[in-house]
Write a protein that binds this ligand. Structure first.
Ligand SMILES: CC(C)(COP(=O)(O)OP(=O)(O)OC[C@H]1O[C@@H](n2cnc3c(N)ncnc32)[C@H](O)[C@@H]1OP(=O)(O)O)[C@@H](O)C(=O)NCCC(=O)NCCS
Length: 190
C-alpha cells in the first residue's frame, strides 16, 4: 500500500471534503449526530463556508487523509469559544477498505499536536457506546469516559459516551506528537 498523507482542508477543497463527509454519513449512520439526509441538502456554498475558518471566525483543524490523491479519512479538531482550553474532535471517519492501518490514530495525533500548540489542556469527544472500533481507538489513545451517556440524536436508541483526554505535558508533545508530525506532515491542501 502507498503511504497515506494527512492534509489540512481549506475552502478550496470543499468538493473533496463534501465527498468524504457524505461517504462517512452514508457508511456509518450510527457514528455521527448528523445524518446523510441532513447534509446532502447543503448547498455548495454551505460546504465551502464550512471550511472557511476565517469567515466563520473559528479555530479549527479540518483534516483529510489521502491515499493516491483520494480522500480516505476525515477528522476535525475544533475549539469552541469561550472555552479555549478544550479541543473537541468531530467527524472522525476512515474509509472501510483502509481501516486497521493506523489512519485514525494519525489523525488523532495531528489534532493532539495542534491542540497542544493552541494551549489546550484537554481533548474531548463523544462516541456511540456500541461502536467497539471507535471506543477502542479512543481508549488506546488515552481517552477516558467522562460524564453521563447522552442520546446520539433526539429520540435515538443509540447512546454516546463523552470521553476526555488530558493534554498537560510538554514531554508528551515532543515525544509523541512531533514524531507524528514528522511522519504525516499535515499541510494545507492547495
Ligand atoms: C473508528 C475508526 C475511525 C478507526 O479507524 P482506523 O483507521 O481503522 O483505526 P486505526 O487503524 O488507527 O486503529 C487504532 C486503534 O483503534 C482500535 N481499533 C480500530 N479498529 C478496531 C476494530 N475493528 N476493533 C477493535 N479495535 C479497533 C485499536 O485499538 C487500534 O489500535 P491497534 O491497531 O494498535 O490495535 C473507523 O473504524 C471508522 O471510520 N469507523 C466508522 C466511523 C466512526 O465510527 N467514527 C468514530 C466517530 S466517534
Amino acid at each position: 500500500m502507498s503511504e497515506f498523507e494527512i492534509k489540512i482542508l481549506t475552502a478550496k477543497n470543499w468538493e473533496l471534503y463534501k465527498s468524504a463527509r457524505l461517504s462517512s454519513l452514508r457508511d456509518s449512520p450510527d457514528s455521527f449526530g448528523s445524518t446523510y439526509d441532513q447534509e446532502t441538502t447543503l448547498s455548495d456554498a454551505e460546504w465551502q463556508s464550512r471550511l472557511d475558518l476565517k469567515f466563520r471566525d473559528i479555530d479549527a483543524l479540518p483534516l483529510v487523509a489521502e491515499l493516491d490523491g483520494k480522500p480516505v479519512g476525515v477528522a476535525w479538531g475544533f475549539i469552541h469559544k469561550p472555552d479555549l482550553r478544550i479541543a473537541h474532535i468531530y467527524q472522525m471517519w476512515v474509509s472501510p477498505e483502509l481501516r486497521g492501518k493506523g489512519i485514525a490514530k494519525s489523525l488523532l495525533r495531528e489534532i493532539e499536536a495542534w491542540a497542544i500548540s493552541r494551549g489546550c489542556g484537554l481533548m474531548a469527544l463523544a462516541v456511540t457506546t456500541s461502536n467497539e472500533a471507535a471506543v477502542n481507538l479512543y481508549r488506546s489513545f488515552g481517552f477516558i469516559a467522562a460524564g453521563q451517556l447522552e442520546e446520539l440524536r433526539i429520540g435515538s436508541e443509540r447512546m454516546v459516551q463523552p470521553m476526555v483526554m488530558k493534554l498537560n505535558s510538554a514531554a508528551q508533545h515532543s515525544n509523541r506528537s512531533l514524531r507524528s508530525l514528522g511522519r504525516a506532515k499535515a499541510r494545507a491542501l492547495t
